[in-house]
Ligand binder design. Structure first.
Ligand code: MG
Length: 389
């Protein structure tokens, strides 16, 4: 049985690791579609190796570069965001891997489910923005959303064989990021290079900065809420700097199940691709003899305000997480450009939320409008902060 994959965001961190799995198990998987935003050279290289039926380059100006390179190989080439969202409709796709960064993951995921495709989801923002709609759609179509995010994969693994045993509590582990234990005055002049140096996980820039601010854990709480239908008050975040326990589930009898492993994204990716079977992936083994200690502590939400903010927005519900996510994406991009300071990220989000419109029951067009509105507000705040620097 060969599973035919569409990999959206194939040149990013999750995308390239997904292709490592495909390369290691050629009898189990083949590539039907690859998409990339800007990295035309890598996309061409991947297409030449994996010979998909079609590729999409997001940046329309790069269409002819990709098309010229791939025309001798009989690979269809498309360009633009709309093509990324519609390519998932191809009847020859068995599983759509959504490895896109940020809000950009929403429309392609929605479209894949709408057209009857199971989804392996690495993009947490899709559920942060529109979790209620997306999970209802998956349920109505009887399609799985297989989590690739390591914490959610851990919970998903812990729930196997539990049938309908109710969940008492989810315990999400957070690495704490590179600034764990630091106080606000030490964080003021952090440079992007320092925030990008994650101690345990190799990831893309957006999620690495989110890990440093703890917004990542806020987004993961929201993602867990929708995936496992557990109320936010029963989702606890604990800081676990070793990143060995990937998350835990507590049941009604207070028995706790955990999933452990070395911090390597190829493990959750492989599990999502081959669920319910496990693949003999060539990953480092966890050595219990060499593990000195596993530590757990409460996150410092006074210093890292984004996590508390995420709980507040989840409580508010409706379109609040959509606006929060848009403001965060703009603030993180501005920090990476050097336009604002590290501690300004939470300020920009908080002030955007004060001004953003609110919808109690947003539908898909509302999300598009409110995402755009929050970005305009956040960009204005960023301009003001930049001028003051
Ligand atoms: Mg994660």
């Amino acid at each position: 049985m060969n599973k035919r994959l569409a990999i959206l965001g194939s040149t990013g961190s999750i995308g390239t690791q997904t292709l490592n799995i495909v390369r290691a198990f050629p009898d189990k998987f083949s590539v039907e579609v690859l998409t990339a935003q800007h990295q035309a050279d890598l996309l061409i290289q991947q297409a030449a190796e994996f010979r998909p039926n079609a590729v999409v380059i997001g940046e329309e100006a790069l269409y002819s570069t990709v098309n010229d390179a791939l025309s001798p190989l009989d690979i269809k080439v498309f360009a633009g965001q709309k093509s990324i969202a519609s390519i998932v409709e191809m009847s020859s796709i068995d599983l759509v891997v959504v490895a896109l960064v940020g809000y950009a993951g929403l429309m392609p995921t929605h479209n894949a489910l709408q057209h009857g495709k199971p989804v392996a989801l690495a993009n947490k923002e899709t559920l942060v923005v529109a979790g209620e709609r997306i999970t209802a759609l998956a349920a109505a179509k009887k399609l799985p959303i297989l989590p690739i995010d390591s914490e959610h994969s851990a919970i998903f693994q812990c729930l196997q064989g539990e049938f309908h045993n109710p969940i008492d509590k989810l315990i999400l582990t957070a690495s704490g990021g590179p600034f764990f234990g630091k106080k606000a005055q030490e964080l003021e002049h952090i440079r992007p290079e320092e925030a990008l140096r994650h101690p345990k996980w190799k990831m893309g820039a957006k999620v690495t900065i989110d890990s440093a601010t703890l917004m990542n854990n806020g987004l993961e709480m929201m993602e867990a809420h929708w995936l496992f239908q557990v109320p936010p008050k029963d989702i606890e975040v604990v800081v676990h700097p070793q990143s060995i326990v990937h998350s835990m589930v507590q049941f009604a009898d207070h028995s706790v199940k955990a999933q452990l492993g070395m911090p390597d994204m190829e493990l959750p990716i492989a599990y999502a691709l081959s669920y319910p079977l496990r693949l003999p992936v060539d990953l480092p083994e966890l050595s219990f003899k060499d593990l000195r200690s596993l530590t757990f502590s409460e996150p410092d939400t006074g210093t890292f305000r984004c996590l508390a903010l995420a709980y507040r927005m989840m409580e508010q519900g409706g379109s609040a997480p959509c606006s929060m996510n848009a403001a965060n994406e703009e603030a993180v991009a501005a920090f990476l450009r050097g336009d604002i300071q590290f501690l300004h990220i939470s300020d920009v989000i908080e002030k955007t939320l004060e001004k953003a419109s609110f919808e109690r029951h947003p539908d898909m067009p509302d999300f598009v409008r409110l995402d755009e509105e929050a970005r305009i507000i956040a960009k204005e705040l960023i301009m003001q902060l930049k001028k003051r620097q």
